[in-house]
Design a protein around this ligand. Sequence first.
Ligand code: FE2
Ligand code: FE2
Ligand code: FE2
Ligand code: FE2
Length: 435
Amino acid sequence: MLMYYTRSEAIVKYPSIKYNWNMIIQMDALIQALAQALDMVEISYLGASTNHGKRIAVLCAAMGRHQGMEGPELSRLVTCALLHDNALTESILENQHHEISDLKPHCIIGQQNVEILPFKKDIGGYILYHHERADGQGPFKLSEGYYPEAAQFIAAADMLDVERQLQRVMPEMLPELRQSIVNDTHHRFTGLASGALLSVLDEDMLASLRDDRIAESVRLTVPAWTMNVDDPALICLAELIARIIDYKSNFTRIHTQQIANRAWVMAEYYGYSITEKTHFFLAAALHDLGKLAIPSEVLEKPGKLTDAEFEIIKTHIVHTRDLLKGLTGLENIVEWASNHHEKLDGSGYPLNKTADNLDFNSRLMAGIDIYQAVSEERPYHPRRSHEETMPILENMAERGGIDKKIVADLSRVMAPYSGKDVAAPVLTHLSIDKC
Ligand SMILES: [Fe+2]
Ligand SMILES: [Fe+2]
Ligand SMILES: [Fe+2]
Ligand SMILES: [Fe+2]
């Protein structure tokens, strides 16, 4: 009896979903999914209002257009606005506290993070200076005229939304709001940002910033932006997403990154093409995106979770599917990311899928996720060697939860990495430097 899968047996035998090897990735949809998750982080860490990043993006897009920005220039501004607080999890965990009294770290790390994106050369300071003030009282003490136009827009929109929660401002409050912007001109807001804000902030704009309208406003506002699947920047972006997720909890600091790297190694083992590998890597990087919506006190609880807390943790997978649902054309990636807690015998969650509805890559993702969770150090168990990890997976396979032959493949392929982290993919198929 064949113990292991061959490539043709694996990917051809279990296509319960129709694979769509899309060569074009809709980057604006991917960035929006990430931004939506980041908004949930802001709510949980900072008590920020809902949809904060999206509102900044919609406001910035309008301000940019008012200033004559268009095309790639506008796209860069809106993307940076959506991702302006991308480093919150990283800077908070690195600084070991849950307040950001010092704003500099998340500005510096956030800027470095977005510089992996394809437009890296043209966004100098957009995120670095997103907390500067016209009067030089911001974290870097730069005064009006000394930080880029795009950063002024993001900073002004950010200050206004944090303080006034723009989704709640009623039309009758608009004159007072506008007067406050005038009063703050050359103090907190630069003249340029203030002028642009006053030009776009009318009743229609306020309505478009409401929670029930914001998703549609973003969809209409964010310029479409695509990337070829073999563009190395896509791997870099996937690695950034994985890192943002991992920084949500000290207990899982390498979990997603390692799953993505192991996914790449397994995909190479099965002989996947670059397109197939990249799709699978992206799905692995996104699989726990919904963890960004889970309160830190539950994720980081050192002791045993109560039943109620475990139920909260389990919702991360519902959030993952929900956050990714806008990735049209990438439905297979959404499936592989969202099925990783399903079991062949129907005992998994959240949809209690069974073998018939779990394609090969979903089974493989589940196996890799369990391998990583069992082998990595957790508060309730130490790091485990390959030899200590495999019997746990084999037992699960024996009971019918996970795919036996995938477990056999994992045993064979992961053995050389026992006790070690798996390195990030080396993009030998590409002729550019790694991110
Ligand atoms: Fe910030
Ligand atoms: Fe913000
Ligand atoms: Fe998970
Ligand atoms: Fe996971």
